[in-house]
Ligand binder design. Structure first.
Ligand code: SF4
Length: 328
């Protein structure tokens, strides 16, 4: 069976005061049906732009999808007319944002907003839609739905709002859920509850694309993953293999940044240095200034394209055509 989503050679550019920058650079990955895929990296690495390109939510301008294909259910979403794309959004692709207020209208009651989604796509009466919205609030763990349906978003806590957002994204049973840092704005206890809730709502018909900077979230939620750095995928593969044997020095750095509670380590460590400006990338590897394994050739030439090593793929001079150098 072909994958539900195939992103092929995607490039997304943004116009800035200082010229065009490439936010997503020749990216390819696939998400099979009923599986969970994580896209991880530091902020500014291009993961959100990649994810938002799928439902075509990248603002154009200043953004521009300049190359590539996004095959969803066998059709290239980038070639669809806007009306057909709108029909797919919500019904077949649900999006959970980091900050629910991005997606929820502050001016309308929770019940109206949920019922509207059902009413538009399912052609049921508003009364039935409202009843269904109440059922969904219960499903996402919001007690007393009759009262909550009448509430405005600002009257709910951050955790409650995120539960409403999850209900909104899942209410039409989409085939793909895109979750962009869905727990980052929440405190740790609520984070765990929201991840549990999301996991409980996934089934073999639903695929998840999880965007996060947190390897712990990837471990909890995903079966396969890609690591992004400076607009490119630097490593990809099954989560288990990648955690057991991270090949790219950046992936290893991210692993060391997993909070102690998840790693049984003494304390959190960080990758020193900063992501280079996408407007001024170095000639060689974009990670060279931060890499503990940097070699002279890394400064001169960009790393080769992703190449297979076991079940993983990695783009790094350490893993060229010759057997991989010893890893630490
Ligand atoms: Fe480090 Fe070189 Fe690999 Fe870049 S290509 S990650 S600098 S070893």
């Amino acid at each position: 069976q072909p994958p539900l989503v195939q992103v092929k050679d995607l490039c997304v550019d943004f116009q800035t005061e200082n010229g065009w920058l490439r936010a997503v650079d020749h990216l390819s990955f696939a998400i099979p049906r009923g599986t969970t895929f994580g896209l991880v990296g530091e902020s500014g690495c291009g993961k959100t732009v990649t994810a938002m390109s799928i439902p075509r939510l990248v603002p154009q301008p200043p953004g521009r999808i300049s190359q590539g294909e996004i095959i969803f259910n066998g059709q290239d979403l980038l070639k669809l007319p806007a009306t057909a794309m709108r029909a797919i959004r919500g019904k077949d692709i649900g999006v959970i944002f980091q900050e629910p207020m991005t997606a929820l209208s502050p001016l309308h009651r929770i019940g109206e907003q949920l019922a509207e989604v059902i009413h538009i796509h399912r052609q049921v009466s508003r009364k039935d839609a409202l009843a269904s919205a109440g059922d969904w609030l219960l499903r996402v763990g919001i007690p007393d739905p009759a009262q909550r349906l009448r509430a405005y978003p600002f009257e709910l806590s951050g955790g409650m709002r995120q539960r409403v957002m999850i209900a909104m994204a899942m209410i039409l049973r989409p085939q793909l859920i895109i979750a962009d840092e869905p727990t980052t704005a929440l405190d740790v206890t609520i984070q765990a509850q929201i991840l549990d809730l999301m996991r409980s709502m996934l089934d073999e018909h639903t695929s998840l694309l999880m965007i996060t900077h947190d390897m712990g979230v990837i471990w909890e939620m995903c079966s396969s993953m890609a690591v992004m750095y400076a607009s490119r995928i630097v490593e990809t593969g099954p989560v288990r293999e990648l955690f057991a044997n991270p090949l790219h020095p950046y992936t290893r750095g991210l692993m060391q940044a997993i909070p102690a509670i998840q790693r049984d380590a003494k304390r959190l460590s960080h990758i020193p240095g900063q992501v280079p400006s996408l407007l001024n990338l170095p000639a060689g590897c974009a990670f060279a200034d931060r890499c503990p394994h940097v070699m002279p050739q890394c400064r001169l030439n960009p790393p080769p394209p992703l190449r297979p090593v076991g079940k993983q793929h990695v783009a790094c001079h350490l893993h060229n055509a010759k057997p991989p150098a010893a890893t630490t």
